[in-house]
Design a protein around this ligand. Structure first.
Ligand SMILES: [Zn+2]
Length: 302
């Protein structure tokens, strides 16, 4: 089984601000199966483990890295959003970083020595676009859309990261919490709030069936969403959810309709996990908007 990932990387250097007068108050876009079922987690709590060992840039302290990941998870959780039951439960591990794979282990990893799709033996199977700041891969049941696994990879090979809120002198760098908050949106099943018409994908529709705008014509409201697919240096706007993002979180995981806990039901039938129904979906490539972003020097340590 191979892993494929999307290559919908935006390379636009300018974004036109087009006011949209007829846009609904809040809309969101979900990843969907071929049959149109939206992606979702079937549980209240989603455990995620971050492996910061490989973050070796001097621009952030270990505490700042941990805080960026923890706060990104909290931003999409019930504690910060009364309208949802979902909890992203983050732990930080100093164990060796696992290879991102469909293994029921949801991870946040930092890629400091290579930026590519890794094979099980740790070798590069295919290069990622160097314009991509991060990549998230969700593994979901291709019929129901239930997500079984999600992995977030941060490009610490090509980009310098910082906590630009704490360190105001580093606004020429990419804000780590900003990017991880965006990736956590992919982890819960959300797609971008605009699409690249030059890509090969058909124009997606939002939760109300409306076509998703092209990114170069997206309104200011769409540009302000966490799930907008590009970031600028010093950008922290995606750290907080816009109305569209919160509508997605609470539309998919509404507080008044939590899933029933698994197990303990005497009359329930055991349904084996449909291994042949698994689809590995390449998702969320988060791109650097400006070519002028400070880039890390590629280190040849392989
Ligand atoms: Zn994305």
């Amino acid at each position: 089984m191979t892993r494929s990932r999307g290559t919908a990387v935006l390379t636009a250097t300018a974004v036109a601000a087009v006011l949209s007068l007829a846009r609904p108050a809040a809309a969101y876009v979900r990843y969907k199966t071929d049959s149109g079922n939206g992606f979702f987690w079937g549980q209240i709590s989603v455990p995620i483990t971050a492996y910061p060992n490989d973050f070796v840039q001097q621009t952030m302290t270990p505490d700042q890295v941990d805080t960026a990941v923890l706060d990104a998870a909290s931003t999409w959780s019930a504690g910060a959003n009364a309208c949802t039951y979902l909890n992203l439960v983050l732990s930080v591990s100093t164990d060796p970083t696992p290879i991102p794979a469909y293994d029921h282990l949801n991870t946040v990893v930092f890629r400091s020595t290579s930026w590519c799709q890794l094979a099980a033996d740790g070798t590069c199977e295919a290069d990622y676009d160097t314009m991509a700041l991060a990549v998230t891969s969700d593994t979901a049941n291709k019929k129901t859309g239930q997500i079984y696994d999600s992995d977030i990879e941060i490009n610490t090979l090509d980009y310098v990261w910082a906590d630009v809120t704490a360190d105001a002198g580093l606004t020429g760098d990419m804000d780590l919490q900003n990017a991880i908050t965006h990736e956590m949106g992919h982890l819960i099943g959300l797609d971008h709030t605009c699409y690249n018409p030059l890509g090969s994908l058909p124009q997606p529709t939002d939760d109300s069936g409306q076509p998703v705008p092209a990114c170069d014509q997206a309104s200011l409201a769409v540009q302000a969403t966490t799930m907008y697919p590009s970031a600028m240096m010093g950008d922290t706007q995606k750290r907080t959810l816009a109305p569209d993002d919160q509508a997605g979180l609470c539309g998919i995981y509404p507080v008044d309709h939590p899933p029933q806990p698994a197990g303990g039901c005497a009359s329930c039938a055991t349904v084996p996990t449909p291994m042949d129904g698994i689809e590995l979906v390449g998702l969320g490539v988060f791109a650097a908007l400006l070519a002028g972003a400070r880039r890390a020097r590629r280190a040849s340590r392989r």
